[in-house]
Design a protein around this ligand. Sequence first.
Ligand code: SF4
Length: 153
Amino acid sequence: MFKDLKYLFGLSKFLFNYYVRDTAFVKSYDLTYRCNLSCKHCYFYKNYSKSTDDSLTDNQWKEFFIREKMNGVRELHLTGGEPMLRMRVIEFANEIFGERHVNIYTNGTIPLPPLWRNSFFVSIDGDVETQKKVRGLIIWNKYLQILGMTKGL
Ligand code: SF4
């Protein structure tokens, strides 16, 4: 009974936010134009300039996330550029929304904090040769390290 009421309350809150307040339940945020790579196809690093990047400070992101949560947002997708270059902002997102609701899209070259329980999505463009052409040999080797596939190479 209590579970049903909780479910109905959650559902009505979601519908209210979505239809009345016009707020998306899931949102995606580009944390930065900056990146430590320069992939051939990328428009982020090409558009990067000091004047356009990181227009929000870490604390401004924190305040923004608090407002977004109050407006009904529950699930975040954080991208860039390379979002791991804004580590403090991701920490704020984790504190405010909970790690399991914060998904991170990364190029996989910056070590993942071992205690984080987020979902990480790592970009892989194709087979070894394609990956080398687009992102470089070093990057491919890093992927192998991440996947624990370097033993015996
Ligand atoms: S890793 Fe992603 S953001 Fe960085 S240069 Fe490559 S495509 Fe762009």
